[in-house]
Design a protein around this ligand. Structure first.
Ligand SMILES: NC(=O)c1ccc[n+]([C@@H]2O[C@H](COP(=O)([O-])OP(=O)(O)OC[C@H]3O[C@@H](n4cnc5c(N)ncnc54)[C@H](O)[C@@H]3O)[C@@H](O)[C@H]2O)c1
Length: 350
């Protein structure tokens, strides 16, 4: 049993490693009246059996269908209804056992239930372990717009156990790896070195606890400096201006991209030219070049204009500067976009 967290983000302890060593002990000290676990179909099958015997016998589960398309108000209503049926009072705890969809939506449902009950994050995808579960952003999509309804609310604790990654599809693992590489590029030369050192080791065989520790340290450092994204936290959006537009564009095609695949392209395009070849070399090892039809360029530009960081016809991109944890905001014009996208497509495979 272990009580000391690996990190502390404001009041929130972050525990890494086997849940058996940390979760029961942490729970014992809390005296919640009720514990409810939120899962999706997949985490119900693959992850719930791993934690069931660490929780009180009276624990109840709420299971929703997997996928981003369910991260909406309708599913929240269904979750709140279940909480009502289970007489979830103000001293109840909601455990979010899943990827970013479960963490974001469960966090939002808990933060608004009776003006806020405790919730904990037990992320089960690489993306949620390194990114989504940390930083207090909760929310849902509305009218097709991602994360437009939500609140900042920190969980009561975060438990990161990389053994959940054993059942994750390799493409999902790769998607999360793009965010790990992003953290390396914005704040951790040590992590970047470790990624380079990993050579051609297939992702499922990497030592995730070591890489996650470095990656999470970057996210925590940034969020601690700027919890509500007034300045430095924008750095976490590196690759996301062009990346989000690509993700949305490809969503309507026969070959949708994962979030990480889109962000990887975004990072190659957004990084200043003098560093582009080097960054591309790192990313292309995991993310082969994706053909982007020229006919898509105007649509991509329009999507980028809608980004909340932009004003009057220009697009602003948050990119890392020379030193770790330094933010540089670059402006992009419509004329520059085709050059960036074609330069990306002309990179040869790593
Ligand atoms: N709050 C934040 O700061 C933040 C940051 C980044 C992303 N996000 C959000 O995170 C979401 C994406 O997260 P995600 O990539 O984890 O998606 P996800 O939650 O949809 O999970 C991806 C898939 O993996 C399955 N899965 C999860 N864990 C598994 C396991 N251990 N074994 C087998 N299958 C498993 C899920 O059921 C799902 O089908 C988006 O909604 C995004 O907006 C939030």
């Amino acid at each position: 049993m272990r009580l000391e967290p690996d990190f502390l983000l404001f009041e929130t302890p972050v525990f890494m490693g086997s849940l058996r060593q940390t979760l029961p002990h942490w729970l014992e000290k809390k005296h919640y009246t009720q514990v409810i676990v939120l899962t999706d179909d997949n985490t119900q099958t693959h992850c719930w059996p791993q934690i069931q015997n660490l929780l009180p016998h009276s624990v109840k589960t709420i299971t929703i269908p997997a996928g981003e398309q369910h991260k909406n108000l309708k599913t929240c209503e269904w979750i709140w209804n279940q909480m009502l049926l289970q007489q979830c009072d103000r001293k109840s705890l909601l455990i979010n056992l899943g990827g970013g969809v479960i963490g974001d939506m469960g966090g939002f449902c808990a933060a608004t239930w009776k003006r806020g009950i405790d919730f904990i994050q037990i992320p089960t995808t690489l993306l949620s372990m390194t990114d989504a579960a940390i930083g207090g952003k909760t929310g849902i999509d509305f009218q097709g717009i991602k994360n437009i309804i939500g609140v900042f609310q920190n969980p009561a604790a975060i438990f990161i156990d990389p053994t959940f990654l054993n059942t994750l599809a390799e493409r999902e693992l790769r998607s999360g790896f793009a965010e790990v590489i992003k953290h390396a590029l914005i704040g951790s030369p040590v992590l970047l070195h470790k990624i380079h050192q990993s050579g051609n080791t297939p992702l499922p065989h990497l030592d995730w606890s070591e890489l996650l520790r470095e990656s999470i340290a970057v996210k925590i450092h940034v969020v601690a400096q700027d919890p509500t994204e007034q300045n430095l936290r924008m750095l976490l959006n590196f690759g996301h201006t062009i990346g989000h537009a690509l993700e949305s564009y490809f969503l309507d095609t026969d070959t949708p991209l994962t979030h990480g695949e889109a962000i990887a392209i975004g990072m190659i395009c957004e990084i200043p030219k003098d560093k582009r070849a080097e960054v591309a070399k790192t990313l292309l090892r995991y993310f082969p070049v994706v053909p982007i039809p020229e006919t898509a360029y105007p649509e991509l530009w329009n999507m980028m204009l809608q980004d909340k960081k932009n004003s009057s016809g220009t697009v602003r991109m948050a990119v890392p500067d020379e030193l770790p944890f330094t933010l540089n905001v670059l402006e992009l014009s419509e004329m520059q976009l085709p050059d960036l996208l074609s330069e990306y497509q002309n990179f040869s495979p790593a």
